[in-house]
Design a binder for this molecule. Structure first.
Ligand SMILES: CC(C)(COP(=O)(O)OP(=O)(O)OC[C@H]1O[C@@H](n2cnc3c(N)ncnc32)[C@H](O)[C@@H]1OP(=O)(O)O)[C@@H](O)C(=O)NCCC(=O)NCCS
Length: 303
């Protein structure tokens, strides 16, 4: 049986999330809080559809989630209980997800689905429908214990971000820094307004600019989203090309992590696009971040 999940399915969802997690080779332990955050963030969020499939005995054995994304895309995700005869469940979920996507597409022209490569049942169900691989990301977390201590290199100083100060300079810095990062798009002044000045989740007090003399050369933008655990999210971090490999981002991140620990956060997280040519995951690992999850992206036109 397939139906929308409600708050009453919370415990069943946690068991499913734990079983899927335990079946895969994650380096991080299962986080009950993160699974609850994902559940509540989907059930309570308008525009997001979270559906589950149940065995004859009433056990939740798989799910899919659909929500609107950027660039005329719907975003899909899902998973199958490792003990359940996988192919049939994965295939059933995929059929239902695609039907639902076509019914509720609105202006969306394609669907993007992420899949943990270790979840063979879900990945096989995606590939069997002719989805094409299109990038992906790893999510990394820092538990804000064992904090690194990296002072800024000589001549550099770190200050809290004032999003309204020199917006053109900061926008140009952002566009320069992310020019060759896959999946990043060029920001307009309107994007700056939307993503920085008007974004309630932005934490300017935990966002920083690093300058060489008076010249801003790097930055870190932090956001806080509602959830059951206090997690701060690194939305963006970057260094001008000519200042890289000198410890600029390392110092920014070290400063940021200490500020987050002082502010009472439990965890700091970020996502790294697969194929990012600056390979930031090495730096993050050396600062104490660990890989929380991996996901490949697959896309399919919605006809
Ligand atoms: C990823 C990025 C932020 C790193 O910035 P950075 O200022 O070069 O970072 P750091 O200098 O602190 O560290 C980078 C490397 O230089 C090394 N390094 C630090 N100080 C050094 C020094 N004095 N001499 C030589 N190497 C040094 C670090 O150990 C690190 O090595 P690793 O990658 O092997 O771990 C930068 O490449 C960037 O802006 N990329 C584009 C935007 C982007 O991808 N952002 C991340 C999105 S997730």
């Amino acid at each position: 049986m397939l139906r929308s999940l409600t708050q009453a399915d919370c415990a069943a969802w946690q068991q499913l999330a734990q079983a899927i997690h335990d079946a895969h080779a994650h380096s991080a332990p299962f986080s009950p809080q993160a699974s609850l955050d994902a559940f509540h963030g989907s059930v309570d969020c308008s525009g997001t559809q979270l559906m589950g499939t149940f065995s004859e005995s009433g056990t939740l054995v798989g799910y899919f989630r659909l929500r609107p994304g950027r660039r005329s895309e719907l975003l899909g995700a899902g998973g199958v209980h490792p003990d359940h005869p996988g192919r049939a469940t994965g295939s059933l979920l995929m059929t239902a997800m695609l039907e639902q996507a076509r019914r509720t597409a609105g202006g969306a022209t394609r669907i993007r689905v992420s899949a943990d490569p270790a979840d063979r049942m879900w990945t096989d169900a995606v590939l069997a429908r002719g989805f094409a691989a299109d990038g992906g990301a790893i999510t990394m977390e820092h538990t804000l214990r064992g904090l690194p201590s990296m002072p800024p290199p000589e001549g550099f100083s770190i200050a809290p971000l004032d999003p309204a100060h020199q917006p053109q300079v900061m926008l140009a810095l952002h566009n320069e820094v992310f020019a060759d990062v896959p999946g990043a798009h060029h920001w307009s002044a309107a994007d700056w307004q939307e993503q920085m000045l008007a974004k309630p989740q932005l934490r300017p007090d935990l966002s920083f600019t690093i300058s060489h003399g008076d010249r801003p050369v790097g930055y870190l933008h932090a956001e806080e989203w509602p959830g059951e655990r206090r997690e701060v999210w690194i939305a963006r971090v970057g260094t001008r090309r000519e200042y890289r490999q000198r410890g600029v981002a390392g110092a920014l991140l070290s400063h940021f992590l200490s500020a987050c620990a002082r502010a009472g956060f439990e965890v700091a997280g970020l996502a790294v696009a697969l194929g990012n040519p600056s390979r930031p995951e090495n730096l993050y690992t050396s600062l104490g971040f660990h890989v929380e999850s991996r996901a490949f992206d697959y896309v399919l036109p919605l006809r």
